[in-house]
Design a protein around this ligand. Structure first.
Ligand SMILES: NC(=O)c1ccc[n+]([C@@H]2O[C@H](COP(=O)([O-])OP(=O)(O)OC[C@H]3O[C@@H](n4cnc5c(N)ncnc54)[C@H](OP(=O)(O)O)[C@@H]3O)[C@@H](O)[C@H]2O)c1
Length: 303
């Protein structure tokens, strides 16, 4: 099969098309023909050598989020069959490049994927697992009551966009930080208030809960004393005297959560955006596009 591997740690130019042996579906696994794989900041970080637990030695195949069709199932998999459309994620921080979704085929643990309806676009489906799961799990850490004000930074991005929707649907009053040109989209997701991305967070609030989906400043300055701050990356500790509950969300696979999130996308209760699709062989250009910023939605690669 063809895959895209990082042949060295470095810039987008290290991404090359490589030939790899076709993987097989071992016991408890499914072999998926990948039809769409989205490009996430975690992929760019891994390419640059920034992986929790230390850099992964190249060459390695990148990619978390994918959608496609089951080709074969391994022993013990009874609820999926060849031809079933599925979407899900490679838990790349665990596989550390042994398995990645920038490929024509992925051998996935059964629990990495969920079946998806026939009418759900595969490119859209490939943007859901990592970011919607992270958003849901961040909100679980925040555990705020309906009516609570919640500031979400990076609200026009993958994690932030799902977080705005899930929080608003749970009855929170969402204050969203996003680009001005994205205000309409973010309001449409359920934000009660939209701040420009340049807003000084020290002048916001204080609010009882902050989800810093994209580290853009000093989120701790916006949290009320005794409030909750959840970030998607490690962040400096808040002065303990302020009694701020502080967590870094670290996404974990939760198949039943993923099934619920995917169903919500399929039924139109959760929205996601694809900015552009590119052939898998153009992964280096895809990384350049994401690095340049300003996209409205995910870049999706098509093998
Ligand atoms: N810990 C975990 O388990 C976990 C899981 C998933 C993601 N993450 C992390 O979460 C972060 C967000 O991921 P994502 O997939 O949501 O990213 P994304 O889809 O690329 O979205 C990032 C958003 O933030 C905006 N942004 C970037 N710089 C900004 C700034 N200075 N001020 C305001 N907005 C800014 C971007 O807008 P522009 O393009 O216009 O700049 C974009 O809309 C990444 O750091 C990712 O690594 C962590």
């Amino acid at each position: 099969m063809r895959a895209v591997a990082a042949t060295a740690v470095g810039g987008p130019e290290v991404l090359r098309v490589v030939e790899r042996p076709d993987p097989v579906a071992g016991p408890g696994k499914v072999l998926v023909r990948v039809r769409a794989v989205s490009v996430n900041p975690a992929d760019l970080g891994a390419r640059r050598g920034l992986v929790p637990g230390g850099p992964v030695p190249p060459p390695f195949v990148l990619g978390w989020d994918f959608a496609g069709e089951v080709v074969t199932v391994g022993d013990g998999v009874t609820d999926l069959r060849p031809g079933t459309r599925v979407a899900g994620m490679v838990p790349w921080y665990l596989t550390r490049g042994d398995s990645g979704a920038y490929a024509e085929l992925v051998s996935a643990e059964r629990d990495w994927v969920v079946p998806i309806p026939d009418d759900l676009d595969l490119a859209a489906a490939a943007t859901v697992a990592l970011n919607a799961s992270t958003a849901r799990q961040a909100l679980e850490l925040i555990a705020a009551e309906p009516g609570t004000p919640l500031l979400v930074t990076g609200a026009s991005g993958g994690v932030g966009g799902f977080a705005v929707q899930l929080a608003a649907q749970a009855g929170l009053r969402v204050i969203a930080g996003a680009g001005r040109d994205d205000e309409e989209w973010v309001r449409g997701l359920g934000a009660a208030e939209v701040l420009p991305r340049t807003a000084d967070l020290a002048t916001v609030g204080p609010v009882p809960a902050v989800l810093d989906a994209v580290p853009v400043g000093t989120p701790a300055a916006a949290v009320a004393d005794g409030g909750t701050l959840v970030t998607t990356r490690p962040t400096p500790s808040v002065d303990p005297a302020r009694r701020v509950r502080q967590h870094v969300v670290m996404v974990r696979l939760d198949p039943s959560m993923l099934a619920g999130l995917m169903a919500a996308v399929a039924e139109g209760r959760l929205r996601t955006r694809v900015a552009v699709t590119l052939p898998l062989a153009e992964a280096a250009d895809a990384h350049r596009l994401v690095e340049a910023g300003g996209l409205r939605g995910k870049v999706v690669l098509v093998p």
